[in-house]
Design a protein around this ligand. Sequence first.
Ligand code: SF4
Ligand code: SF4
Ligand code: SF4
Length: 315
Amino acid sequence: MSTLINRRQALRSMMGLGSALTALAVPEPMTAATEEHPAHPVAPHNVVAMLFDSTICTGCKACMPACNEANGLAPDTLLSGGIWDMPTDLNAQTKNIIQLYQEPQGNGFAYVKRQCMHCLDPACVSGCPFGSLKKADWGAVTWNSSLCIGCRYCEVACPFEVPKFQWDSWNPKIVKCEFCYDQRLKKDLQPACTAACPTGAVIFGKRVDLLSQAKDRIAAAPDKYFENRAYGEHEAGGTQVLYLSAVAFEKIGLPKLSSVSLGHYATKVTSVIYKWLAGPLLMAGVLGFAIKKNWDRHETERIKHEEETGFPDQL
Ligand code: SF4
Ligand code: SF4
Ligand code: SF4
């Protein structure tokens, strides 16, 4: 009930590291400056991160039920007749997924873990007109249901296609990984997915430490990793999920992005818009190119999914 009231209020205003399986010490949260927008073009020292090394992941998927359990999400059994958790992508009940990439003619494969990238300067935060998404302590990008009006700007602004909308709910939510912020980080526990990973393919720690560890791994095996670099160090202004892969990043679903964040541009423009009281609708125009691009891609994938499976897509 209180959620409904808060949404009305929001509408009214529109009118106007380690692979240890146990607890891992979470660094002291960032200072109050993290509550402010724009976010953090440069990572503070205690921003946390995940490092996913695709060459280590065995595809066991232990991280998936761990994520579901930590977040109170039911398994997605749509494609398995109600038996198995079988999501094909991130969706309204899947915040974390392991996907398999296979080279043509069976010449190799790789697993990739997908969840929110927790961008240092997130486009979703810049695109949200009511501050429902924000950069919280430790750099986690969190969502506040009481401020969300369901406009879905975040969904179309995100360059990684992460936020999903609950189309089938009377009180829909935006669903995305929030770094287990309430469930675990605040309790000094590492995220459920990193805690559950038996191989250390995905590990948790300070971003600065994980970046350094990624560079050490590359230096130790210079022919092993694609482009000898970690994806996420610079992409979209930098992300708090970092990837190492033997396969080209784009092949495993990590888009080619410049080092300047969309949030950076959007924030600059929206600050001018608000200064002149033009309001959130004009902001949609500023973000239009990103919205159209992501929307077209989203629709293409949805139609393809329905044609291939015969099931309506939940994306
Ligand atoms: S990946 Fe998308 S949803 Fe996650 S922080 Fe970046 S812009 Fe926001
Ligand atoms: S950090 Fe938490 S919510 Fe995000 S993918 Fe891992 S387990 Fe899921
Ligand atoms: S638990 Fe670890 S090894 Fe297993 S699928 Fe997830 S990331 Fe890969």
